[in-house]
Design a protein around this ligand. Structure first.
Ligand SMILES: Cc1cc2nc3c(=O)[nH]c(=O)nc-3n(C[C@H](O)[C@H](O)[C@H](O)COP(=O)(O)OP(=O)(O)OC[C@H]3O[C@@H](n4cnc5c(N)ncnc54)[C@H](O)[C@@H]3O)c2cc1C
Length: 463
């Protein structure tokens, strides 16, 4: 596939300028370098040209031009991906959706909003505040809606509200050959033909480019409470996760963090945390009494399972401080290891096997005698393992541990990635995870993108 790719010539650049305007095309080194890597450990690779379309029609025309000349196109949201998903591995065109960031229409009576793909989910929620509605998926970083849908991003609120795939009703998608299609509909119930909507969600820009999306919204909860529970061991903390999920109390967030992380957050952000493995929780209710009763039950569950400290708050400032610290845990960790790079991986398993997965990672960490940080969206059975590394030898070592953890997750009936996507790093596990299903994925790819121009090098290890 790659050998057939053609370079971006000055003639092609001129044609791109005709489609999107001169101010929306750049071959400047600085612009290309800025988008040469995402937030992952994968090495940078710059595209030959950056293009910023402003309309769906322009996206379609750029794709048609690229397809006719066999030039790779890698969509770019805002580059917060953690698996190299938006790195232009084969050069070509990096199609940045940054300038398509409008709210097209708020359908408040239907609890929906239609947006262009480049808008950040935080910016969207800020604009929606006056409606009393919000879009729940929250990956922490201010990721674009297009990038979130393309990666099926999840995050801290998925345990209650679902991932990106559960919060989208319809999309407009530009195909490699320049067709613009509508998938899904604004009806909440849909039973009409193949589910093309969810074919494109999570396809990481390898099947088409999302040019518009209608998202589901939910009312901002009337009452919210945050709670933390510290446990003497990692095992007791993750056992509590299973018990809380089984209580039927429906947490809006149920996060796990190891003791090294809580120590860093306490020191860096002044948050009231103990240096123990800790669960971070949030609860949303319509009635204050229900919130208080629910929190008391959670306290009992945690104390019964050996919690050494439990704290709950309905104070908005304190709740925000806690989540601010949780969301910035990655930056805080990176800052505390200025001489290291970070290898971050995610896997997810059925909730009943979560304690076994965590025990496995803990044992591996001790056997290999490595610094490893653990945190994750425990309520979803999702764990992030973060490895600091200094050089190639350490990288190889870390990669071996990554493999061992992925294979364990698959053995437990889980998946190689719960939310960061396949990108570059997880492509090598796709055959093992999907078996003959991977051939079906290849056939779909060949039908929609016969020249393989869309985000080549991702999802399929041999691409
Ligand atoms: C500190 C931090 C915390 C994070 N926490 C979480 C978390 O809790 N949960 C989680 O799920 N993720 C998390 N992430 C990862 C990241 O935010 C998500 O993967 C997000 O979906 C990336 O969105 P983006 O706009 O940055 O897209 P990019 O990284 O630019 O692109 C992601 C993928 O989408 C494709 N793409 C972008 N726009 C389009 C489009 N319009 N049409 C088609 N394809 C497109 C790209 O080609 C690429 O394959 C975190 C990242 C950071 C840095």
């Amino acid at each position: 596939m790659s050998s057939a790719f053609q370079p971006v010539t000055p003639e092609i650049t001129a044609q791109l300028e005709q489609i999107v305007g001169r101010a929306a095309v750049s071959t400047a080194q600085a612009e290309r370098d800025l988008r040469a890597r995402d937030q992952s450990f994968h090495p940078a690779h710059a595209a030959d040209v950056i293009v910023w379309p402003q309309t769906a029609q322009q996206v379609a025309e750029v794709l048609k031009l690229a397809n006719d000349h066999c030039i790779p196109v890698t969509p770019w949201g805002v580059g917060t991906g953690l698996e190299g998903n938006s790195i232009a591995l084969f050069g070509g065109i990096q199609l940045s959706l940054e300038r398509m960031d409008a709210i097209v229409e708020v359908h408040a009576d239907d609890f929906q909003v239609t947006v262009q793909p480049g808008i950040g989910h935080k910016d969207l929620n800020a604009a929606l505040a006056r409606t009393g509605l919000f879009f729940p998926p929250d990956p922490g970083a201010n990721a674009s809606i297009g990038g979130m849908l393309a990666n099926n991003a999840a995050g801290i609120r998925t345990v209650k509200y679902g991932a990106s795939k559960d919060n989208v009703l319809r999309m407009q998608v530009a195909l490699a050959d320049g067709r613009l299609i509508d998938v899904g509909s604004r009806s909440v119930k849909q039973a009409s033909g193949y589910d093309l909507l969810h074919l494109f969600v999570g396809s990481e820009g390898t099947l088409g480019v999302i040019t518009e999306a209608t998202l589901k919204l939910v009312p901002v909860p009337a009452h919210m409470s945050a709670a933390t529970a510290a446990f003497p061991t990692v095992e007791s903390a993750v056992e509590a996760v299973v018990a809380i999920r089984g209580s039927g109390l429906d947490p809006a967030a149920l996060e796990f963090m190891d003791a090294a992380h809580t120590k860093m957050l306490r020191e860096a952000e002044g948050v009231d945390l103990q240096d123990y493995p800790t669960l971070f929780m949030e609860f949303h209710t319509a009635h204050e009494e229900a919130l208080a009763l629910g929190i008391e039950t959670i306290r009992e569950i945690c104390e019964e399972l050996g919690a050494v400290h439990f704290r709950a708050t309905t104070d908005t400032a304190e709740r925000k401080q806690l989540w601010h610290a949780r969301h910035h845990s990655y930056e805080i960790m990176v800052r505390s290891h200025p001489d290291k790079q970070f290898y971050i991986m995610d896997v997810a398993v059925p909730i009943s096997t979560y304690p076994e997965l965590i025990r496995y990672v803990e044992t591996l960490k001790q056997e290999r005698n490595r610094t490893v940080y653990l945190l994750g969206h425990a309520g979803d059975g999702n764990i992030h393992v973060e490895f600091p590394f200094a050089d190639d030898a350490e990288y190889v070592h870390v990669k071996e541990m990554d493999s061992a953890i992925v294979l364990k997750a698959l053995e437990l009936g889980g998946t190689a990635t719960g939310e960061h996507g396949v990108g570059i790093g997880k492509a090598r596990y796709m055959a093992q995870e999907h078996g003959a299903g991977l051939d079906v994925m290849r056939a779909i790819k060949a039908t929609l993108d016969p020249n393989g121009i869309l985000n080549p090098g991702k999802i399929f290890a041999d691409a």
